[in-house]
Design a protein around this ligand. Structure first.
Ligand SMILES: O=P(O)(O)OC[C@H]1O[C@](O)(CO)[C@@H](O)[C@@H]1O
Length: 548
């Protein structure tokens, strides 16, 4: 395959780098009074403002040329069509099929996957309605008021994030708890706070082999059998979401209580599959359908818009610009919406598990950086924590700001000047302005600041950001936002020639954890077997646990 960094389109971008070092965002805005609107795109309900990026029109054109050099439209079509683009696992990548409308048809390997998807969605909705109405009861006949989702990675982060974002729609008196960590503190805390008689456990695992999830699921199962006094209780209190029918049956969950998805849904792309069951139960099937419609809206935007107006394409290319050409290593995502508290954590798995690759699809080494370290916290909290480094530090950290116009809830301010939500959004806009335009030494001195102190108060500016503004944090908007980033990941992988859908790097650690568990727990000290550091750590741990 062609190494994208050897193409003339790559070189053309490299040639534009020196000129960018010479211009400032102040100058770019001064030269083009329309820049703000001109460099914004609309994607579904999202207004995506890309004007505060360190780019000229030439750079944007060169970046879109690069996407064409990588045959992005053909690669995109292959994904939507169900080609086996996850070559190392020989799988299709069809999370977009999870949100196709019922009347659509997509035949892959002789099966209409849309019919399969909607069959499961119908079963999920029937089940969710039964739980919500009280028709489904626990072993003692009590109504369910708590759902505990046991899963990790994609079987946790997506549902948790959506649960927080759509909290305001949890009106049926059912709330969800999420257990992911194999640290027993996680499950113990939840078990201590729930009543098994009124709790439904969703064991969410694509493979149904993940060590953490299975350990938590078995421990929870024991707790339920003990407290409810019967093995039979499991049938009323445990359901599963998985692709592994037999393993679910082995665990003791009947086929009727299992909600299926397929190996063409990657774990980190699975929140729009049955993995969202806990969310569907708490917010209700109509809101979940609205969420899926939001995903589909963004899928259509990505599939059909020209690159110059295509939000995921442009955001992905800007990411490549900063990492491959300007030396950035991380990306901060700052939602100015408390409901999106877990969105940065969700994006960490989506982007970093997907793009953390060092070889291209053909196995050859990459000669350019792949992926960014994603991190972030909601604003305004982040402003009082790490924004100092963003404003005056020495690293280039592009930022994605996310805001909503209409809040779920609002409160007046003490002085009556607008509302607290107005304050929140004013802070968002102020931060993106300060990052972009900074404050010069002359401006600082003009305020009468002591010249000795002035350098400390200079804000360099020229720090790039995207601002995504949504009308509200509705289920539809949330679906659009998630799909937006899914497709950003796709575009970056397609241009850089890497596989965004496997995660072999995670597997070695899983295998070694098994060996180490045996070393920690064996009756007799296994002796030296690892390396001198690990061997002594094993010894210290065994001693502390009274194992010789
Ligand atoms: O849903 P499963 O099979 O339990 O896997 C959980 C997670 O483990 C991983 O395989 C590796 O961390 C993720 O990709 C996945 O989301």
């Amino acid at each position: 395959m062609t190494d994208i960094s050897t193409t003339r389109q790559w070189t053309a971008i490299e040639n534009l780098v020196p000129a960018i070092g010479e211009v400032t965002l102040r100058e770019l805005f001064a030269a083009d009074p329309e820049r703000g609107r001109r460099m914004s795109v609309t994607a579904g309900d999202l207004h995506v403002d890309l004007s505060k990026h360190l780019v000229t029109d030439d750079v944007m054109t060169a970046l879109t040329d690069l996407a064409h050099a990588a045959k992005l439209p053909a690669q995109r079509a292959a994904m939507f069509r169900g080609d086996r683009i996850n070559t190392t696992e020989d799988r299709s990548v069809l999370h977009t099929a999870l949100r196709l409308p019922a009347e659509a048809e997509l035949v892959v390997d002789g099966r209409d996957v849309v019919a399969d998807v909607h069959a499961v969605l119908t079963r999920m909705a029937d089940f969710a309605d039964c739980v919500r109405s009280g028709e489904w009861t626990g072993h003692t006949g009590a109504r369910i008021d708590t759902v505990v989702n046991i899963g990790i990675g994609g079987s946790d982060l997506g549902p948790v994030m959506v649960d927080r974002a759509l909290h305001h729609l949890q009106t049926a008196g059912i709330t969800a708890r999420y257990v992911s960590n194999v640290d027993p503190a996680d499950l113990s805390t939840v078990l201590a706070e729930i009543d098994p008689a009124t709790t439904l456990v969703v064991v969410a695992s694509k493979t149904f082999t993940t060590q953490e999830t299975m350990a938590n699921a078995h421990a929870a199962r024991r707790h339920f059998v003990e407290t409810l006094g019967s093995e039979e209780a499991i049938a009323s209190h445990f359901v599963a979401v998985s692709t592994a029918t037999e393993k679910v049956a082995d665990f003791g969950i009947a086929a009727d209580n299992m909600f299926e998805f397929w190996d063409w849904v990657g774990g980190r792309y699975s929140v729009s599959s049955a993995i969202g069951l806990s969310v569907m139960i708490t917010v209700g099937p109509p809101a979940f359908v609205e969420l899926l419609e939001g995903f589909h809206t963004m899928d259509l935007h990505f599939a059909t818009e020209a690159p110059e107006h295509n939000a995921p394409v442009l955001m992905a290319l800007l990411g490549i610009w900063y990492t491959c050409f300007l030396g950035a290593q991380s990306k901060a995502v700052i939602p100015y919406a408390q409901g999106l508290l877990r969105f940065p954590a969700y994006l960490q798995q989506l982007t970093m598990e997907s793009l953390g690759k060092s070889v291209r699809l053909d196995g050859s080494d990459v000669s350019y950086p792949t992926g960014e370290v994603y991190w972030g916290e909601p604003g305004t909290n982040g402003q009082h924590a790490f924004f100092q480094l963003l404003h005056q530090g020495t690293q280039l950290v592009p930022v994605d700001f996310i805001g909503v116009a209409r809040p779920v809830a609002d409160l007046p301010t003490a002085d009556g000047g607008g509302s607290m939500h107005d304050m929140l959004v004013a802070n968002l806009f102020a931060q993106s302005r300060v990052l972009a335009f900074g404050k010069t030494e002359d401006e600082v001195l003009a305020e009468g600041v002591d010249p000795a102190i002035a350098p400390h108060k200079v804000m360099p500016g020229n720090r790039p950001s995207t601002t995504i503004l949504a009308p509200s944090l509705s289920p539809g908007v949330l679906g659009q936002l998630i799909a937006l980033y899914e497709h950003v990941v796709f575009v970056q992988a397609a241009v850089l020639g890497i596989n965004a859908f496997d995660q072999w790097g995670v597997e070695l650690g899983k295998a070694q954890a098994g060996e180490l568990l045996r070393a920690l727990t064996a009756e007799k000290h296994p002796g030296d077997g690892f390396d001198s550091s690990t061997d002594s750590l094993v010894e210290i741990y065994r001693e502390a646990r009274g194992r010789r």
